[in-house]
Write a protein that binds this ligand. Structure first.
Ligand code: COA
Length: 257
């Protein structure tokens, strides 16, 4: 169905595997377009309750944007490319269903930005991260300067972005980029395990958590947003079911409405 992606559905978990092994899964125009289409599918398909994004093969998650497509671009075309990348990664970030990046190897440049746009990241022990754009006379354009700074803080982001140095999965975990480092063999099963746990929780509440965390704001605005979303939960059947189940000492059976 797709030229550059493999997809499968396992126990309501939609697994999207970027499949350009000869180019270490670099994000060319086709990958970006197909990712956009497949994420649209994740938004609307009721059989899909969560998503895993990973890369094919043992070596790379995504080795970056496809550098060959940068050649000869004008300033305006560069801006259009960044805008398109940001729109795709915003779509991933704002998906109402949880999206985990299962980083199975190199996550450089656009690959690191793709992982950062997911809701959280599990990585294999051989995974490597970095924003090496400065080596190309570039900066990250798919949201990297913003999301990385939000996740690891200003000073570390400055060092990572200005040096272009790569770092290991363990270091990425110390920085707070990666939630869990596991063996390559276990990466998908452990990612599925946490998503299966999340599937057992109230789906509307899970979506509202994504919205609230994405609307994080140091000012009163973030807290006001939380008040609104908290209130909205009281209008759901799931909230009535969850609280009743607790009081009746039984397991909640959430229907997602
Ligand atoms: N864009 C386009 N092609 C890429 C790519 C990218 N970001 N990353 C890797 N490839 C291609 C290589 O050109 C090569 O293609 P070829 O066999 O047709 O020559 C193939 O993928 C394998 O890569 P190779 O460099 O031979 O593998 P390696 O194991 O020696 O090195 C990397 C792996 C990731 C260290 C190296 O490929 C690299 O530095 N890639 C670019 C990373 C980068 O700068 N990303 C940010 C882009 S904004």
């Amino acid at each position: 169905m797709y030229q550059t992606l493999l997809t499968s559905l396992d126990n309501h978990i939609f697994i999207i595997t970027i499949n350009r092994p000869d180019k270490l899964n670099a994000l060319n125009k086709t990958v970006m377009d197909e990712l956009s289409t497949v994420i649209d599918e994740a938004y609307v398909n009721e059989d899909i309750r969560s998503v895993i994004i990973t890369g094919v093969g043992p070596k790379a998650f995504v080795a970056g944007a496809d550098i060959s497509e940068f050649v000869g671009l004008s300033k305006e075309q560069g801006m259009a490319l960044a805008k398109k990348g940001q729109q795709l990664f915003d779509k991933i970030e704002n998906c109402p269903k949880p999206i985990v990046a299962a980083v199975n190897g190199f996550a450089f440049g656009g690959g690191c930005e793709l992982a950062l746009s997911c809701h959280f990241i599990y990585a294999s022990e051989n995974a490597k991260f970095g924003q090496p754009e400065v080596n190309l006379g570039l900066i990250p354009g798919y949201g990297g300067t913003q999301r990385l700074t939000q996740v690891i803080g200003r000073n570390r982001a400055m060092e990572v972005l200005m040096s272009g140095n790569t770092f290991t999965a363990k270091e990425a975990m110390d920085y707070g980029i990666v939630n869990n480092v596991v063996s390559s063999e276990e990466l998908l099963s452990r990612s599925k395990e946490i998503l299966t746990t999340i599937h057992s929780r109230a789906p509307i509440a899970v979506s509202k958590i994504i919205e609230c965390v994405n609307n994080f704001d140091h000012t009163q605005q973030g807290y006001d947003f939380e008040i609104k979303k908290f209130g909205e939960c009281f209008a759901t059947d799931d909230m009535k079911e969850g609280t009743s189940a607790f009081l009746e000492k039984r397991k909640a059976n959430f229907k997602g409405n």
